[in-house]
Structures are given as structure tokens and as C-alpha cells.
Design a protein around this ligand. Sequence first.
Ligand SMILES: Cc1cc2nc3c(=O)[nH]c(=O)nc-3n(C[C@H](O)[C@H](O)[C@H](O)COP(=O)(O)OP(=O)(O)OC[C@H]3O[C@@H](n4cnc5c(N)ncnc54)[C@H](O)[C@@H]3O)c2cc1C
Length: 382
Amino acid sequence: MKWKNKADVVIIGGGIIGTATAYNLAKFGRKDVVVLEKGTVCGGSTGRCGAGIRAQWGTEMNCRLGLACLDIFEQLDSELGMPTGLNQGGYLLVAYSEKEFENLKKGMALQNGLGIKSRAVSLPEAREICPALDASDAVGFTYHARDGHADPFLTTFAYLEAAKRLGVSYFKNTEATGITVKGNKAVGVDTTKGHIDADAVVNCAGPYAQYVAKLGGIDIPNWGERHEALITEPVDPGVCPPMLMSFSGNYYIQQRPHGSIICGVSPEGHPQDFKLRATRQFITHMSAVLKKMLPSVKDIRVVRHWSGLYDMTPDGSPIIGETDVKNFYHSTGYSGHGFMLGPIAGRILAQRLTGNKPDIDFSTLDYRRFARGELIVEPNIT
Ligand SMILES: Cc1cc2nc3c(=O)[nH]c(=O)nc-3n(C[C@H](O)[C@H](O)[C@H](O)COP(=O)(O)OP(=O)(O)OC[C@H]3O[C@@H](n4cnc5c(N)ncnc54)[C@H](O)[C@@H]3O)c2cc1C
């Protein structure tokens, strides 16, 4: 692709957030958009995620965002003209104490009030939803049938290709190395391939967003947290159709339509960690969880095991909006739910940048909330 010296908007980062933002900007009329990716598309967290999509959240903001994402995902194949691999087997949330079940039910009341049809289910019904489930030590379950998962590669490539068809330029292997600020306004980006003048710059650099923010002179509390996941050989479909998840049990388990099972647990103590490495402890722990939850597949073999980074913030909620430097925006800090929130995050920021009213008011996700102590702490995470 021919290099551009000028663009309306430069987006830094070619993951789900950057590509969804680029597509929506072009859709809302700002077609002179450039996406810079220091590696390749999906080479960051997006290509390493579990790709679960849910509306069962514990804060109103995440419920609204999650529900909007389901609405978008359900028509995204036809909108983008490519498949996203959406599979709506629901999310079955598992509680292991009365207190945890009460919290799930509290979240459910919030969700129901916002139009999300989640419900509590009994153990026999949970077994109908997830035939291989052995959760006799569970106290209760909630379920939302519209939740599910998609394919992160298909979805991101679908956004990128649709964006390109609308005129967006994409430069891979191109790192943003500086942001030019004049009169407290972002006016351009230095890259390993040259400089681009820009009317606006959007930081979609995932776990590296703090470094990109710093290029424009802004500090944000954002860091990487290494998480591991594995995929098994395929087994008969129907073993675990929903995403099986527990916050206290610290696991998520899902079966892809072709039969393989993808699962993960969060690292103990949630340390800040940018190193991509896969450990034996994870395999040992994850195998034990899988065996306990789905005993009929206890001899299943692992095909691949990898790690990736959650792009963390102090409250586990994203940072979206303009910074103290005019025309310099962030869309980052999505923790373990940036894949699912990508479609709505891209849409609402693009609406703001094109002078349209965002579908969801995201002003509370401003990064200055941390200094003000106005955290949006999400309880429904591992
Ligand atoms: C194991 C695991 C499981 C997960 N499971 C789920 C899940 O089930 N559901 C869900 O919704 N989310 C999940 N997530 C979280 C999700 O992957 C992330 O929140 C999401 O992918 C963030 O997208 P992004 O586009 O912001 O970041 P990324 O995909 O990391 O993209 C950012 C891009 O910016 C590029 N970049 C960085 N600095 C520069 C620079 N200076 N110049 C140019 N490019 C730059 C990087 O190379 C990278 O490609 C999971 C994550 C992991 C690791």
C-alpha cells in the first residue's frame, strides 16, 4: 500500500479495537483513516483471546456495552460481508457459595432491568444446557442464551477488510514512535516508515497503550497481565455448548463448533507481566479443572497452549475518550473483555469523532476518573 503523509485520523494498533474503530469511522464518513500496526493484524491480545461474548455483567455500563455488542454481533456477518464465527451457546455462570449466587442474582436483576434475559437455572437444567457438566458442588447457576463466542481472527479481518473497502489504509510492521503535539493539539504521528500529519490520533495499542499515551505526553494507568489458555483436540460436539464460567472457581471453558475445547484460568495474584510464556503450572491446574467440570472428557489431549496479555486498568473497566491533549483519544484498557466490546467501542468512539451522538454515553470511562477516585469496579470478572 502506498504510504500516506496525511490523514484525517491515525489509529495506533491493529487489534479488534483499532480495526472496529477504523471501520466505524469510515462508515460514519471519515474515510481518510490510517491504521498503524507495529506487527501484524491480530498479533496482539486479540489473536490470543478466548473470544467469549456476554451481556451478564455486574455494572450498568458493562451490561449496556455487552448488550449492544450482542445486537451488533448478531448482524455483523451481513454488515461486514464476511463470517465472524459467532456461536450463541449462551454463558452458564457457576456459583460455589450462597454469597456468590446472591451476587450473580443481583447482577441478573440489573441485567433484566436493562432488557438482558438472563435467568437462574437449577442443576438439572444446567446439565441439559451443558450435557457433560459435573458441578454437584455448585450452589447455583445463571444463564443467558444470547451470550456466546466468535472467532477473533475472522472478526478482526472482517472489520479490516470492510474498512479497507471503505477507503481505510492499513500499514502493518509500522510502529508509531512519536506523537506530534502543537499548541496542545495532536497534529501528527512519527512512525518507523515516516511521518503522517493527522487531524486526530487514536490510541488503540492494547496493553501497550500506556507507552503510546506517553508519546503524546499523557499518563494512563494501563498495563499487561499475562493470561494462559489452551485448546484441545476435537471431541463430539454437544459436550459443552455454552461458555462455562465461574468467577470464584476462576475458569472459563467453551467448545468451538468443530469440537475442540478452549479454556483458561486467571493467574494467581494478577501480577503485572508483559512476558509471553506458557507454563507447566497452567497446564497442570487447567487439566484438573477440566477433568472436574467435564469428567467424561478426562483423557482429552491438548493441541496447543499459549499466553496473551489482558490490557488492565485499576478498575478493570476501559478508558475511552479524548485526553488533555486535544484530538488525541484513547480506546484501551479492556481487561479480559476487549474482544466482545470491540464492536460497540469502535462504534461509539467513531460516533463521537464524526459529530454524532454516541449510542451509549461513555463519559464516565474518561481516564481522569482514576485521579478523581471514581472507579467503575466490575464484580463479574475472574
Ligand atoms: C488468554 C486471553 C483470553 C481472553 N479472553 C477474552 C474473552 O473471552 N472475551 C473478550 O472479550 N476478551 C478476551 N480477552 C481480552 C481481549 O483479548 C483484549 O481485551 C482485546 O483483544 C484488546 O484488543 P485491542 O485491540 O485493544 O488490543 P490488541 O489486540 O493487543 O491490539 C493492540 C495492537 O497495538 C499494536 N501496537 C502496540 N503499540 C504500537 C505502536 N507503538 N505502534 C503500532 N502498533 C502498536 C500491537 O502490536 C497490537 O497488535 C482475552 C485475552 C487473553 C490474553
